[in-house]
Structure formats: structure tokens, C-alpha cells
Ligand binder design. Sequence first.
Ligand SMILES: Cc1ncc(COP(=O)(O)O)c(C=O)c1O
Length: 504
Amino acid sequence: MAGLRRLVTAFAGVPGIIGLHGGLPPASAFPITELTFTLKDGQKIVVDDPAKLAAAQQYSMFTSGYPPLHRWAKAHMLSMHAPPAGVHDMIMTNGNNQTIEMVMRLLMDKGDAILQTMESLRAAGKPLPRLLYTVPVGQNPTGVVTPFERRKEIYALCREYDIILMEDDPYYYLQFSPEGGQPKGLHDLGRSYLSMDVDGRVVRMDSFSKMLAPGMRLGWVTAAPALIEKIIYHLQGVHIGANSFIQVVVAEMLDGWGPEGFEAHVRAMQAEYAQRAAVIQAAAERHLVGLAEWQAPAAGMFLWLRLLGIPDARSILDALKDSGVVLVPGRFCHCCGPETSKTCPYLRVSFASATLAELSEGMARLGAVLRRFAAPAGSSAQTGAPTSSAASSPEQVPASVFASSGTGAQQAGRAAAGGIRALDSAFELGGGSEATAAGKKGAAQQGSARSPTLCLSREGPANVMPDCCAKVELLNASAAVSEDALAPLPAKTVAGVPSHHLGA
Ligand SMILES: Cc1ncc(COP(=O)(O)O)c(C=O)c1O
């Protein structure tokens, strides 16, 4: 592959060159001769230019991306982040999950560790990690936005210890003010790590998933040229570049919108999420005061609840199922999730996909469950001791919502592995927006009188984007490396990337 690429590069631009080198189907063999799609605002986009249709149906001729889209993304990245000149390059990808996987593959060796928080970095006496992975905006699962001062400190630490910083920022555009006010559009979205990166150690991942739709599987990565070069080799060997078809569709769509139309779309999306966040915040204040603690979300899709008097959120899963509401126990988002000896009093509430009425009703149902489980003030709950009979010690906390239903053993296994998807089958949910309907069907089949299961576990409102919930599992997999296995960092770097991370 690398040899072929060098050949193509060497012959590129030779006048009158006849290409007999590529294994590419002829454009005349492609089935689609015109493409028409309609945007939400009624605008119709017609793609009938043979060159565009051929590009959409051909292998990615440019591994860095379909040129019109690559140009858009590069200009957009420069205007949003203004990174120091000459330090970075960028290419289109199939979304951030793919980029995370690629970067991990390229930079990590077996036994290397990755940290998700700086706390562990500071843990005394530990050798240092090579890579810091962070989600600075609307973090999944906590919903937190890292303040700029904190980002500066983190970046400075990465420079001091020569750590590569992976900035995974899919919720960057989903920022809103918890106090209400006008949507931010493309302004005041905060300074990224990329914007302060003077030595090419930041690998920034942007995604169209939350900004347009996750089913598009499209994003871009910005990093030091030396790393981008390696990613391109990897892409060529494994994926042959980002999906051509959707790149052409998105390029045409952005062109049809123009800069104002694009910003109007971002504003509309921010307004939608702001409304959802306000509804969940109001519902939490109505139903959860004294039962849980939280911060009003200012970005992303999640409200992160710390339950009071309930040491492990897993202990209320059966009751939640009976009440017909599904949320994600915090342990599912933690690399120690499968360890039953550890307790985790957090719940992740997604305000992204349920209807506004369901958000309120879901929180009411959660509040009723928490009231049953939490000990009254002044009791053992205040000292953090378990309060439900089912949760008398961490080891006894049951995961029976998984073990008791349908294919119990299988579900218990998946729950033990910390998979959010286990919730879907345990709660008899279907996919995406059908979740509620599936819950209704499940209840009807059981002859139960309870109302349909409300799904507050998913990411993405059905009217903005479809469901996508694999992220946390991937994070768990990549982070589940013992800190004891940390390897010392080499001193030598290439444009901020330790040279041995890049291979020969
Ligand atoms: C923190 C984080 N990174 C990445 C992703 C996935 O991004 P993409 O759809 O671009 O692969 C998600 C979505 O669930 C996420 O929460």
C-alpha cells in the first residue's frame, strides 16, 4: 500500500499521464446517476454532476478526504481554533470512534496505559502515561465542560511530561447557557486544546455525529503532520479513507446551506438541547432535591446524578425497571465498572432522545424510586452506608435486573462487562426512537398495567439524530489497562510526538 501511494505521488501531475495503475471500477459501472435530497428547511439538493457522482461512488481518491469537504473542514477548523501556524494537518475520518481506535493503535503498545483524568497522573510515584484522552465539552458521562484555566494547566502538564493529548470533542457544538439566552452558534464555544498547541502534541477529533447525524459516520482529525501521515497509511491499509458517498452528500449540503445556513442549523440544534437541558433541570429540581446532587448541564446530552444514601446505582435497577424508566448506572461508564467490589453512586441521565414530557415523567419515576430506597435524613444513609436491603454490602448488590429477565445468564455476562447495551435487552427496549414503543409492547406482553418504559439512557434526540450508544464501552476497553503497567516516556520527540510512537 505504501509503495503504491509513493508511486501515485511520484506520477501525480505529469501532463497527459495515462493511469493503468489503480484497481478502480470505471465510473460507467456505477449505479447512481443522480442524487436528490431535501433538507429540513425544505431546500432540495440535486447532485447530477458526473464528476461528483463518480467521486461519491469511487474509492476515496484522496485519503485526506473529498477535496471540497476537506477544504471546508480545514477552513472551519482554522476559523474555530486558529491553532499556531504550520504545526498541524488534518484529514476526514469516519467519526471520532474510528479516530480514537486508529490513534490508539498507532501510539499505544501492549501494556501501555492511558489516563482519562489528571488525578491519576498526579498519583504519587507512578511512572507517566504516554497519552491523555479527554472530552473537554459536555463530557460523556458527566456532562462537564473543562474550564479554560484548567485546560491551560492540563496542556502545560502534557508539555512538561511530553504527553500526547487526545482532544475528543464531539459535543463542542452542543453548548448552551444553563441560564437561557440566545444560542451561541459558532461563537463563544471556548478555547480548545488545539488552539493552544504550539508543538503538535494535540490530536483533536471533530465529528459530524452530533452536529449533523451520527449515521453519517463522518468527522475529521487534526494533528501533527507526522501523525497524520501515519493515520493516512493506516487508513489506506484498513478503511481506504472516509466514506466517499457521505462526504459528497455533506459537502453538497454545506454548500447548499452556505456559512449562514450552517450556523443557523447549529443554533437550532443548540436551542433544542438547551430546551431539553432546562426541562431535565426543572424536573430534577422538582423530584430529586434531597435525593441526588447534580450540576446544571451547559453542554452535551447528559445530567450526571450523584445519588444520596444509595451507595451503588446498580441496586435500584430492578426498581427502575418496574417503574418503567431506564438510565445508565455510572459504573457502566467507568473502567472499573465490572468490579463488583467497587460501588458507584452515580447515574447518567440522557436528556437527548426522550420527548420533553417523557423527560419530566422519567425524572418523576426516578424520584419515586429513590425515595423508596434512600434512607431518611439522619439515618445511616448520611454516612454513606447502604440503605436498601438488597444492597447491604457492595458484594451483595444484585444485578438481578439482568439475571432475572429473558436470557438471564447472557445478560448478566454483558452487564458484568459493563455494556450499556445490556440495558436495552434488560429493559426490553428497541432501537432509537422505538425504545418507548418497545417498552410498551413489552409491558403489554407481560399483561402488566405499568406505563411504557421511558428511555433516558440514550444519546441523540430522534428528531435531530438517531441513536448512538457504543462510546462508553469503547472507552472502557481502551482505558482498562492497569496503571501498574505504565511505561516511562522517551525524551525524544518529532513535532511533539515521541518518535517511537510513530514507528519507522
Ligand atoms: C465522548 C465521545 N466520543 C466519541 C463519540 C462517538 O463519536 P463518533 O460518532 O464521531 O464516532 C461519542 C458518542 O457517543 C462520545 O460520547
